[in-house]
Design a protein around this ligand. Structure first.
Ligand code: AMP
Length: 281
């Protein structure tokens, strides 16, 4: 496995692989890898001959009061994990490699970026869309892999890929969870033992929501209230949003019909965690 720091090196390596007739799978990450990331890498390895992973904590997708500076970083640890998952190339650029002096272009998305995390984190999806477009152009993969854990991000990336005619197949894989149900996240490392326990309320509230739907509940407000009540009963939790939206447009719905996304963002202490559930009603 190679660890490359520059765009030129990545382009050269991918070009060489292409000359050998290889297909290329790509997994963009911010590093501090966990099983959720590794599942994407293994799948990329099953589908493609060459697997490229980017590890880049992208400053433009963090708000001014968010955790850019404290986001966990450990390239040596990540390299071992990625190698064990069969990755061929890690692209780990410096910020100046991605955003050299004079950088002035952004890629943004309308509507889909306005709801859920987009409403709570102004500029977040502009940062995501810009960096993912750049990474797609640098790596030029056949297929790119994302996690359902970041449901809105996956939806947004599918849309920009289609809208900008990027010749890349976007694949979205299920959320990988700890044995007790907590969705894996690099940010889980921020949690104290007591907070780690409290964080289970995200998944529990979504399991409760699924039970309600399965027993026939169709009112979005009833489901959102049930989730809200459960989360509010946890003293260490503070709700950022609880939303029941169309899985297609991400607009709030009143009645459950068609593809539905039930998404929550919750502060556990100072740590903001997200989780979601998709349903076809
Ligand atoms: P991140 O490093 O958090 O930006 O995530 C990189 C990619 O891994 C994104 O496509 C995420 O959706 C995906 N991912 C993160 N956590 C999980 C998880 N628990 N299960 C599946 N995919 C995940």
């Amino acid at each position: 496995m190679q660890i490359l720091k520059t765009k030129d090196e990545v382009r050269r390596a991918v070009r060489q692989a292409r000359r050998e007739g290889k297909t290329v799978g790509f997994v963009p990450t911010m590093g501090y890898l966990h099983e959720g990331h590794l599942a994407l890498m293994r799948k990329a390895g099953e589908d493609n001959d060459l697997v490229v992973v980017s590890i880049f904590v992208n400053p433009t997708q963090f708000g001014p009061n968010e955790d850019y500076a404290s986001y966990p970083r450990d390239l040596a640890r990540d390299a071992e994990l990625a190698a064990s998952a069969g990755v061929d190339i890690i692209f780990a650029p410096e910020v100046s490699e991605m955003y050299p002096r004079g950088f002035s272009t952004i890629v943004d998305i309308q509507r889909l970026g306005d709801y859920l995390c987009g409403a709570k984190r102004p500029g977040h999806f502009r940062g995501v869309c810009t960096v993912v477009t750049k990474l797609f152009n640098i790596v030029q993969p056949d297929r790119a892999y994302f996690g359902q854990k970041d449901a809105q991000q996956a939806r947004v990336i599918r849309q920009i890929t289609a809208d900008l005619d990027l010749p890349i197949e976007v694949r979205v894989l299920p959320t990988v969870r700890e044995a007790d149900g907590l969705a894996m996240s690099s940010r889980n490392t921020y949690l104290t033992p007591r907070e780690r326990e409290a964080a289970l309320v995200l998944n529990w509230s979504l399991v409760r929501a699924r039970d309600l739907v399965q027993s026939g509940e169709q009112e979005a407000a009833v489901i959102a209230e049930a989730i809200t009540a459960m989360i509010e009963a946890e003293p260490l939790a503070r709700i950022d949003y609880v939303s029941v939206v169309s899985g297609d447009t991400l607009e709030p719905v009143q009645r459950l019909d068609g593809p539905i996304l039930i998404a929550v963002a919750v502060f556990i202490g100072k740590t903001r965690l997200i989780d979601n559930l998709t349903l076809e009603v």
